[in-house]
Design a protein around this ligand. Structure first.
Ligand code: HEC
Length: 103
């Protein structure tokens, strides 16, 4: 019984570890997608606008927090002068959002 408990705990630990690795990987992918498609119009170094608003602190400083759903819709459909990025699939969009949350 004791042995089973320890094995169970190790299983939980390693599952948590791999989720973290997965999310680090997702953020890295998101960073690449952002650099490719978004960085020409959106700064990551400040909140000041280039063509579009800067994303430094976009998720962390805003109250209320921007919602993932709205950000997803802006990416998919565009907004004002921002073109739609319908070419990004759900995974790529999730990755970009995960990356924006780290800024
Ligand atoms: C050609 C320039 C351009 C590119 C490229 C671009 N954007 Fe934008 N983006 C804008 C502009 C301009 C706005 C402001 C639109 C408005 O409010 O009228 C905007 C707004 C946004 C907003 C809403 C900000 C807010 O709070 O109102 C998000 C989120 C966003 N862009 C994400 C992205 C992402 C992610 C990408 C890459 C997939 C991207 N943008 C690529 C120009 C661009």
């Amino acid at each position: 019984m004791v042995g089973a408990g320890i094995t169970g705990m190790l299983a939980i630990r390693s599952a948590a570890g791999s989720n973290k690795a997965e999310s680090t990987q997702a953020i890295r992918q998101g960073q690449q997608t952002f650099a490719r498609y978004c960085a020409s119009c959106h700064s990551i170094h400040s909140a000041a606008s280039l063509t579009g608003p800067g994303f430094k602190g976009y998720f962390s400083n805003h109250q209320p927090k921007p919602s993932d759903i709205i950000v997803r819709a802006v990416i998919a459909k565009g907004k004002g002068k921002m073109p739609a990025f319908g070419n990004l699939n759900k995974t790529q969009t999730d990755e970009v959002i995960a990356y924006l949350k780290t800024l």
